[in-house]
Design a protein around this ligand. Sequence first.
Ligand code: CO
Length: 212
Amino acid sequence: MKSERYDKIFEYNRQWVESKSKNDKNYFTQFGESQSPDFLYIGCSDSRVPANTITGIEVGDLFVHRNVANIVSNNDLNVQSVIQFAVEYLEVKHIIVCGHYGCGGIKAALKQESFGLLDNWLRNIRDIYRIYYKELELITPFENKIDRLVELNVIEQCKNIIKTSYVQKSYLQKGFPTVHGWIYKTKTGELADMNVDFKKTLKEVQKVYKLE
Ligand code: CO
């Protein structure tokens, strides 16, 4: 059954097309042939964290992958294909992992209970929880523990991107992409750069995962 809100989406789309074309009649035709975005954004599927809206990046400049808790798993063909395509064919200059405070996926991973199929996905986060167990166990209240794991998860996912052969090879041959970790504050709308030191992290990762 269609609802009023559902129908409004198409009404909004017509208005958007009209307003974009009014300012620039070639607005859509310029995107018709191909794309050449500078950024690959990997973020959470959470409806409160819309990639283009929070960054102000317009059509054509942001290649996006989103999943629960912005995970970059080595056996996820989806995210790995996105990264390889973005690096080798689109030649993006920056890869961004964006986590957000209060993330439901991170919160679920910190709970000692089963969520069915989702357990397999949350396992990626629980593995990080295990690595930082000593630090995380000391943090109270629970909300602060969630937010710290949100940060640690972003750092670990940046490392997971750097572990891939395509990122290492491209950086060695062309000098890009570099990888960045961001946090989005859902309650204020602010973005913060965690200033992950790309060169230092690459060096650290390559002690074990040198693939270029
Ligand atoms: Co989330």
